[in-house]
Design a protein around this ligand. Sequence first.
Ligand code: AMP
Length: 185
Amino acid sequence: MITLTPEQRQTIENAIRTVPDFPKPGIQFKDITTLLGNPEAFRLLMDHLAERYAEYGLDYVAGIDARGFIFGSVLADRLGVGFVPVRKSGKLPYTTVAEKYSLEYGFDEVEVHIDAFGENGKQHDGTPSRVLLIDDLLATGGTASAASTLIDRLGAECVEACFLMELDFLNGREKLGVPVYSVII
Ligand code: AMP
């Protein structure tokens, strides 16, 4: 099931609820809680991602705070690799590296533990750890591009950024210097 049939893709898409005007007027919020509560759609999605990434030789899946934690940790467990949380600043207890990104008004920041991908981001044989970045939705790409910069700065390699959904009219994938895969565009 590396390639989803149109029907399977539709099952996943139908399980996502669109909530108009949340958290503010004009935003069409993509609510994935309905997908999480639908065992058929959730399993279909995770089976698809587990098959797609089985041969990527990943060392870690890095999930973006907070919905990326859900999909990322299930996928990491399926693949038998480590999971790394990329958190909003101020949440991680040990030494961190941080990367700012701009929002419509002001800035936000994501951070990871300095040793999250191994010492200097390397495996024991000295090769860069291979990391898949994952989140629920790619919008402007600001959050994911800050997260992929962090992976780079730590000496690891972001081999792909994966999203359940992509709002392609915002051109977020152009901001990311890594391959992008979105299940629903
Ligand atoms: P961006 O940095 O603009 O690509 O925004 C991506 C982050 O914001 C992701 O963590 C998404 O979960 C969240 N996000 C942005 N827009 C939406 C939306 N329309 N519906 C749900 N989540 C969104």
